[in-house]
Ligand binder design. Structure first.
Ligand code: ADP
Ligand code: MG
Length: 282
């Protein structure tokens, strides 16, 4: 395969010993694996091709996309193996767990911690967007800590739904409802802006521990999102800075043209100022 010279057709189990499960999706599972010779541990995403009938192109996307990426806040693809029924993506193993679990453990984040997490996500998003890649599935479950340490780096993973935009515009409806941008729900053409909306939703959750848009009824939830109807409710938001609220306001902007892009978001005082503060402390 010219497009992916690294794809190996040899048996992965001859090279790696596949071990315990780390996660499971609708057509894939992620396992720890150990390189037999070097003893190095990695994460292997095993994808059953059969379940993917008609969606092979989506899978090819994930591989093509991952192969081009090299950024400290994005999980890296090391090599791939293929059999007639399965595809194996060998990734660098990260051991710090999902951001979601840390949010649930802590309830909510201190502003400085939240700003630090979001700043790393934005660096990764800016990099992807520069390459013309829209992630489309940013959410806390897909943000992983590199190590169990409190100050661990964050990496983004799971490019199952990402795609390289032709003219920077995409138009397939997909994603997770709670994080999906209004233009996506309205089936308008959409682009990179959907990732910034998702960053807005994640920032909101990090600060207060609950999502900005929520309704048990999907139709009602969609309505809220399409109108960008959310509130900084008292008492949960009383102690949170105006700067944080201003930042979120620029991301949870229903008009994608008025929404901050990754560059603008990185320059917002809540992100750039917060990083400066941390530097002074240490
Ligand atoms: P899915 O398409 O099933 O959501 P993901 O790529 O998000 O697949 O992986 C599922 C889960 O497996 C993640 O939420 C995470 O807990 C774990 N995981 C994925 N990649 C890694 C990795 N490189 N290192 C450690 N754990 C990982
Ligand atoms: Mg995932």
């Amino acid at each position: 395969l010219k497009r992916d010279p690294g794809r190996k057709s040899e048996d992965i189990t001859a090279v790696y010993e596949l071990r315990e499960k780390l996660g499971e999706g609708s057509f894939s599972e992620v396992r720890v694996a150990q390189h037999r010779r070097t003893k190095r541990l990695v994460a292997v995403k095993c994808i059953r091709k059969r379940v993917l009938k008609g969606k092979e192109s989506m899978l090819e996307n994930e591989i093509t996309v991952l192969g081009k990426i090299n950024h400290e806040n994005i999980v890296s693809l090391e090599e791939t193996f293929e059999t007639p029924s399965k595809l194996y993506l060998v990734m660098t193993l990260v051991t710090g767990g999902e951001l979601l679990d840390r949010i649930l453990e802590r309830g909510s984040y201190m502003e400085r911690d939240a700003s630090h997490v979001i700043s790393q996500v934005l660096e990764a998003v800016r990099y992807l967007h520069q390459l013309g890649i829209v992630h489309r599935d940013l959410k806390p479950e897909n943000l992983l800590y590199e190590t169990p340490l409190e100050d661990s780096k964050i990496v983004i993973s799971d490019f199952g739904l990402s795609k390289i935009g032709d003219q920077g515009m995409l138009s397939t409806a997909c994603g997770t409802p709670a994080y999906v941008a209004p233009e996506l729900l309205q089936q308008k053409t959409y682009g990179k802006e959907v990732d910034l909306w998702a960053v807005g939703v994640i920032s909101f959750i990090l600060l207060c521990g609950y999502p900005p848009f929520y309704d048990e009824n999907d139709a009602q939830l969609y309505r809220q999102i399409i109108r960008a109807e959310y509130e900084f409710d008292s008492p949960y938001w009383d102690e949170i800075s105006d700067s944080a609220k201003d930042f979120i306001g620029h991301l949870l902007q229903k008009d994608p043209k008025k929404r901050y892009n990754s560059e603008e978001a990185l320059q917002h005082p809540w992100i750039s100022g917060g990083a400066a503060l941390e530097k002074n402390i240490h």
